[in-house]
Write a protein that binds this ligand. Structure first.
Ligand SMILES: Nc1ncnc2c1ncn2[C@@H]1O[C@H](COP(=O)(O)OP(=O)(O)O)[C@@H](O)[C@H]1O
Ligand SMILES: [Mg+2]
Length: 361
């Protein structure tokens, strides 16, 4: 997928802005606070329906406006077809249109435009709670497998209903056990499979960039590793029911599993430096890019926001050289000179774009 053009109206600090992009590297530069991340946010929204910053559209509206709109024209990599995505927010309601047709459910637009998003806050994946890692992998696997997404939705719904009954001390909670066991085992197996796949690709990516063995590792640690099959899963749900009542929750299952990240065999969360964690997340995301490209047979769009922070120049340049060989890239930077590897990229000077907006109004 390629984003050909983007138009923004009353979106964040932009009144009216239209941009034509390169199919390869697009550099958005300007000082802090000028509006670089806002453009990545707009691009992300066109593929996801929601922002990575907020779920509240009121925050996205230009301060002086009551409506905003975004339009992106995408084309397939072979240029065989174009597709227009519109997001229009007015009267406190958001409308998403693909090729001028209203989209009813957000899930209809997910997976159409593939992205890998690199944010300064990514080191949270290493340092945060297990949920942050589960969410990352759930999103990645859902992009790759519709079946995983539907199973995850069913499991989450049943688990919620089961936990409500547990809180009420009701044995009826156990009516969901067979389905929970069935879906729980599927999810757990898929998580393990994809964690191993991503780990393999991390090795390839690292070797390709640095020519040495990857020191980073990912291990899926299942909270149901003691369970062999659906039957023993159901048995455990029954035999530990009193403890569940005490804890007011179903305390095991894929929703309690974790992905343990390590650097040179030491747990990253406990021992790694900020620079090592930054590198870990970059390699993780590049490995995710690799997996998506291989399975979906199309390169995801790379949205890279100040993500090379904390890396020394040599490492940064090697990573940028690798990124150069990938699909379409949008990258933000305070000074254009920092991206000299991308001398053939198309650059956008946000400051002059805003100046032009002012003179038009
Ligand atoms: N809803 C909004 N309306 C107008 N301006 C906004 C809105 N939300 C954020 N901004 C402005 O956008 C700017 C931040 O943009 P951002 O893309 O994060 O900058 P950069 O990434 O270049 O550092 C700030 O000046 C902020 O005040
Ligand atoms: Mg920014």
């Amino acid at each position: 997928m390629l984003l050909k053009t983007l138009s923004l109206h009353s979106f964040r600090n932009y009144n009216d802005l239209s941009l034509n992009f390169s199919d390869r590297i697009n550099i958005l530069y300007g000082e802090n606070g000028i509006g670089k991340t806002n453009i990545l946010e707009a691009i992300f929204m066109l593929g996801n329906g929601v922002s990575f910053k907020t779920r509240r559209d009121k925050e996205i509206l230009n301060y002086e406006s009551s409506s905003y709109s975004l339009r992106g024209v995408f084309s397939s990599e072979n240029k065989a077809y174009n597709s227009t995505v519109d997001i229009i927010y007015q009267n406190n309601t958001k409308h998403i249109l693909i090729d001028k047709k209203h989209v009813k459910y957000r899930k209809e637009i997910i997976g159409k435009v593939l992205y890998i998003l690199f944010l300064p806050s990514d080191t949270n994946i290493v340092l945060g709670e297990p949920k942050v890692r589960r969410d990352y992998f759930n999103m990645l696997i859902s992009t790759l497998s519709e079946n995983y997404l539907t199973t995850l939705i069913k499991y989450t719904k049943l688990l919620k209903m089961r936990n409500i009954l547990i809180v009420k001390n009701s044995y009826d909670a156990n009516i969901y056990n067979e389905d929970i066991a069935k879906y729980g085992i599927i999810l757990s197996n898929e998580c393990e499979k994809y964690a191993n796949l991503v780990k393999d690709k991390m090795n390839s990516v690292f070797d390709e960039i640095f020519g040495t063995t990857c020191p980073y590792d990912i291990k899926y640690v299942s909270s149901i590793s003691d369970i062999k099959d659906e039957e023993s899963y159901v048995k455990k749900l029954e035999s530990t029911f009193q403890t569940q009542i005490k804890m007011k929750t179903t305390f095991f299952g894929p929703h309690r599993s974790d992905y343990v990240f390590s650097y040179k065999q030491n747990n990253s969360k406990k021992f790694s430096s900020q620079g090592e964690n930054r590198m870990f997340t970059l390699i993780l995301k590049l490995a995710s890019e690799y997996v998506i490209s291989e399975i979906k047979k199309t390169s995801p769009i790379l949205l890279i926001d100040d993500a090379m922070l904390e890396l020394d120049n040599l490492k940064r340049e090697k990573i940028l050289d690798y990124i150069k060989t990938k699909g379409q890239v949008f990258i933000t930077v305070t000074e254009k000179e920092k991206l000299r590897n991308f001398d053939d990229g198309l650059s956008f000077d946000i400051f002059s774009m805003l100046k032009k907006e002012e003179t038009h109004n």
